[in-house]
Design a protein around this ligand. Structure first.
Ligand code: ZN
Length: 402
């Protein structure tokens, strides 16, 4: 009887995996249509870069192609966007049994997060990587597609050996959402912003009003959901105008957000990153509404990563400009928001932070890009390597033992 049950379980698992793969192949088959649905570049704006190297896999169809090759991991569609696109997650490593008897905040109130999840030395660290929630931050897709390729083959798409990184992945449970906002990515007409003016990110990222003026940053957050006075709906948002970073976390508006919260709640990740891009050197951003000891850990990782960039002669932040942890708003009006990263920490205790790639844009302040295509990939793979090192070697154990 038990054996039969196991068989049924295995068959169900297999069926799920077959259905997911079929879905991916279907999406892949229709990927030409997906590409066609991308917003056209407006007249007068520079064309898409035509010199993209083979490894610079920043499109939704690149995700579909990669997921169709996954054998070591398990692929699941975790949400469907308002635009009808699947949001995928790839899982590496078996999920551990954490013997949960309370939700996180209740466990903390009982003075021990182990009531929520018992994570002792006998369990693997869990690392959760959330690819772009902002669709114009296409660089993040390049990083995670190559990371999945490394998990599968030990090599990135340049053929470079990353077998040590692959081994670290094998020692953890790693969950990767390659793109958390496929609607936004589909509406972004550029596959790279390297060498383009930062106004192009602002125009297609944060979007425009009906009169063509740009919503800009942080103006694009002043109208949410982004509906009404909208010319170009920025790739920041899903097709319903939701910015996942600033969803309503106690009553989520977006299916994408719900899926991210649910994975976090169930998986109790030791570490979680949401991947973004900006115009200045790559950096980790400490969230505001998290426990102080966690801010110190994030700052520690930020320094380690920055040193790694220095050693590798990649774009880095001068020490004097590193973001020393600070307390949230102490005066009115407030400007430190309880965003997605804060929500994930408070939901699960995870060491959560935002990571900003460099997008290679130029402006009056930045006449030359900080990075090359190669650099954009390397800075991300080094981030993942540092994150896994930290999760494996500097883990906080949660146990019920005295
Ligand atoms: Zn962003």
């Amino acid at each position: 009887m038990r054996r039969n049950q196991k068989c049924i379980h295995l068959n169900l698992d297999k069926m799920k995996s077959v259905i997911t793969k079929l879905l991916i192949i279907l999406c892949f088959t229709f990927s030409i249509e997906i590409a066609n649905a991308q917003v056209q570049i407006a007249e007068g704006d520079p064309p898409n870069n035509t010199d993209l190297p083979f490894f610079f896999k920043s499109k939704l169809e690149h995700i579909d192609e990669e997921l169709a090759l996954v054998e070591k991991g398990k692929v699941e569609a975790v949400a469907i966007s308002p635009g009808g696109l699947p949001v995928y997650a790839v899982y590496y490593g078996e999920k551990e049994e954490f013997h949960s008897q309370a939700n996180y905040n209740s466990a903390v109130a009982a003075r021990n997060p182990a009531y929520y999840a018992q994570k002792g030395p006998d369990t693997k660290p869990v690392v959760f990587i959330i690819g772009p929630v902002h669709g114009q931050e296409v660089e993040g897709i390049v990083g995670v597609v190559n990371l999945i390729h490394i998990a599968e083959t030990g090599k990135d798409y340049r053929g470079r050996d990353w077998s040590e990184l692959q081994q670290k992945i094998e020692q953890c449970r790693v969950i990767i959402i390659p793109c958390a906002n496929p609607d936004g990515r589909r509406r972004c007409p550029y596959d790279s912003f390297l060498g383009l003016h930062e106004d192009m990110v602002t125009k297609y990222g944060q979007g425009t009003r009906k009169d063509g003026s740009m919503w800009g940053w942080p103006g694009a957050k002043s109208n949410h959901p982004m509906v009404g006075d909208v010319g170009i709906l920025g790739s920041y948002f899903n097709d319903a105008g939701i910015n996942i970073m600033h969803d309503e976390f106690f009553h989520p508006m977006a299916a994408e957000t719900k899926a991210i919260l649910e994975i976090t709640r169930k998986e109790a990740p030791d570490m979680t990153v949401t991947v973004h891009s900006h115009e200045t050197p790559p950096a980790i951003y400490n969230p505001m509404y998290t426990a102080w000891y966690m801010k110190e850990r994030v700052y520690d990782l930020e320094k380690r990563l920055n040193n790694r960039y220095k050693e590798a002669q990649l774009s880095f932040t001068p020490d004097s400009l590193l973001r020393v942890p600070r307390k949230e708003d102490d005066e009115f009006p407030p400007h430190d928001s309880f965003n997605l990263v804060c929500a994930l920490h408070n939901l699960s205790g995870t060491m959560a932070f935002a990571y900003e790639n460099n997008d290679g844009t130029i402006s009056d302040r930045i006449p030359e890009p900080f990075v090359t295509y190669e650099d954009i990939l390397d800075i991300q793979l080094l981030l993942y390597d540092e994150m896994l090192d930290y999760a494996l070697n500097d883990r906080l154990y949660w146990t019920l033992e005295e």
